[in-house]
Design a protein around this ligand. Structure first.
Ligand code: ADP
Ligand code: ADP
Length: 228
């Protein structure tokens, strides 16, 4: 589902944030990406959703090589890949329903089907009763639920999450993890960068540890493994 072949990312300032990364993530896997601050986790994640392009090497998502992706193919990538951020990135002037519907890459669907799909994902994240509320009327956990609903509304094969619980209290973080587990149990591949040691050590999954732009550990059912 996700392959990286010898990926190097050198930023214009000379920093090498990925220094020859190769990885193979299969359909249906749940993968944590861990490592100290500045290790290259965000860069690794950004390379997967084409926020950054590799300096050399290939990134392949659901059979699409992102290096040769044409601009007109970006919508096709968006349908295969949902993204969840630490700071939610909801559109403040749109209500909950509109924030989710907006991300839908509509391909010959009638308005009734669109409405049905949006309500389905809002139901899955437990927010069906708040469709008319605006982001600033929601708690952090609720905003993250909306952003998760937005990420899956296109029924993507992969969901990428960069520190999705980073702004949430512990209890809310566990609730958000339950939603990711539910999405994963339906067959969606999940890649999640996280600093949350307790979650990684409790809900055991594949752990990819990055340091200095390199994968230094890759263990199924691994632990968080860092101090502090
Ligand atoms: P992490 O997510 O593990 O904290 P990042 O991928 O954000 O690591 O950063 C890895 C390295 O790349 C750091 O040294 C960081 O300062 C640098 N870096 C990240 N983004 C950029 C950028 N846009 N331009 C220049 N350097 C960057
Ligand atoms: P832009 O090109 O400026 O990012 P878009 O119209 O493509 O704007 O997207 C609008 C909003 O929808 C963005 O804030 C983005 O976060 C969200 N979005 C679009 N596609 C996806 C996706 N596949 N997963 C998660 N969010 C998405």
């Amino acid at each position: 589902m996700i392959q990286m072949n010898n990926v190097v990312k050198k930023y214009p300032n000379g920093v090498v944030a990925a220094n020859g990364i190769s990885i193979d993530i299969k359909k249906g896997e749940f993968v944590y990406v861990v490592g100290p601050s500045g290790a290259g986790k965000s860069t690794f994640i950004k390379l997967m959703y084409r926020e950054e392009k590799p300096t050399s090497g290939d990134v392949v998502i659901a059979g699409m090589n992102l290096s040769n992706l044409k601009n007109r193919q970006v919508p096709q990538l968006r349908r295969q890949l949902g993204v969840v951020f630490q700071d939610f990135k909801l559109l403040p002037r749109l209500n909950v329903y509109e924030n989710v519907a907006f991300a839908l890459e509509v391909i010959e669907e009638n308005p009734k089907d669109i409405r049905k799909r949006v309500m389905e994902v809002l139901d899955l994240v437990g927010l069906k009763h708040k469709v008319r509320m605006f982001p600033n009327e929601l708690s952090g956990g609720e905003q993250q639920r909306v952003s998760i609903a937005r990420s899956i509304v296109n029924m993507p094969k992969v969901v990428i999450a960069d520190e999705p619980t980073g702004n949430l209290d512990p209890e809310t973080s566990w609730e958000i993890m339950n939603i990711f587990e539910e999405i994963n149990s339906r067959g969606t591949t999940i890649v999640m960068a996280t600093h949350n040691r307790e979650i990684v050590n409790t809900i055991r999954k594949r752990v990819i540890a990055i340091e200095g732009g390199l994968i230094v550990r890759d263990v199924y059912g691994g632990d968080y493994g860092y101090e502090g």
